[in-house]
Ligand binder design. Structure first.
Ligand code: 2HA
Ligand code: ZN
Length: 285
């Protein structure tokens, strides 16, 4: 089968377009990676070429050795992925040490995989270790999430709790919460390590003053997670533009009531008692 006819490529590029349509991918902002299933590799490998030179990843991901990934290209625009996939994205394979990659399809006019490749692969590696069905890692620049990194403490518990309170759906969709990473230089191993640390236990990481990362088992789940967090962040921005305190909100006890009917276990660290009611207050314990 041709890569461009595959359901995989259609799902991948549709997600890029959906993110662009949301306004999360100005210019060349954001990137997407997908760890391919064996059957997807088999169906498409007739079109692969194995002549390209092996390049250093800039990190080590031994648990992903010999695997194939569909990834957006560095400097490429998400709005072009659906229309011109061969020029803007690629399929890479890793070598048997998990330290080098080779482009086997795509980027036909030249180029290299996303500048955030180390973060993507380090995330995909830790995610695979906790759930081998997690295949998608998505990075974008969601406006309201970024705005909140200027006014909320960069603290996992506070950030998660304030987002949780903005929609009952939130703790149902991501009961393990959100991890927040302070400003770090993007594109390298250090920020990749910090993000992977979050992804060891959570599906969502915020990069202060930059954007967000989400992981998931498929494109719908991963995009839906980003969309849910950003929607709640938008509500919080609206609330904060009216007040620094809420008159009404969802209480810790009400959050706990969600556990049983929804088959979830909201991490108790986020259900601390509020003392002042000020948005962004730190937990006392
Ligand atoms: O330009 O978003 O973080 C792509 C990015 C880098
Ligand atoms: Zn970015």
């Amino acid at each position: 089968m041709k890569v461009t006819d595959s359901k995989l490529l259609k799902g991948f590029t549709r997600m890029c377009q959906d993110g662009f349509d949301q306004g999360w991918h100005e210019r060349n902002g954001g990137n997407l990676s997908y760890r391919m299933k064996e059957e997807e590799v088999k169906a498409l490998e007739g079109e692969f070429s194995f002549d390209a030179e092996w390049k250093e990843l800039g990190t080590e991901v031994p648990a992903l050795k010999n695997e194939y990934f569909m990834v957006t290209g560095s400097g490429k625009y998400m709005r072009n992925m659906e229309t011109f996939p061969e020029e803007n994205l690629c399929i890479i394979r890793l070598d048997e040490t998990g330290t080098k990659y080779q482009i086997v399809w795509g980027l036909v006019d030249g180029g290299k995989p996303t500048s955030e490749l180390p973060t993507h692969l380090m995330n995909l590696e830790v995610c695979k270790k906790r759930d081998e069905n997690i295949r998608v890692v998505y990075h974008c620049h969601p406006t309201n999430v970024i705005a909140l990194t200027y006014v909320l403490p960069l603290n996992d518990r506070v950030f998660t709790r304030e987002i949780f309170e903005m929609a009952t759906e939130c703790p149902v969709v991501f009961p393990k919460g959100i991890g927040v990473i302070p400003w770090l230089l993007c594109g390298g191993k250090l920020i990749g390590e910090a993000t992977a640390k979050v992804m060891e236990t959570k599906d969502f990481a915020v990069w202060a003053h930059h954007g967000a990362f989400a992981c998931g088992t498929d494109f719908d789940i991963t995009f839906g997670l980003m969309h849910t967090v950003e929607k709640a962040a938008e509500v919080l921005v609206k609330v904060m533009s009216m007040t620094d305190r809420k008159l009404n909100t969802i209480t810790p006890q009400q959050f706990r009531e969600l556990n049983e009917p929804f088959g979830i276990e909201i991490d108790e660290q986020f259900l601390y008692e509020r003392k002042t009611g000020f948005i962004g207050e730190m937990p006392q314990d």
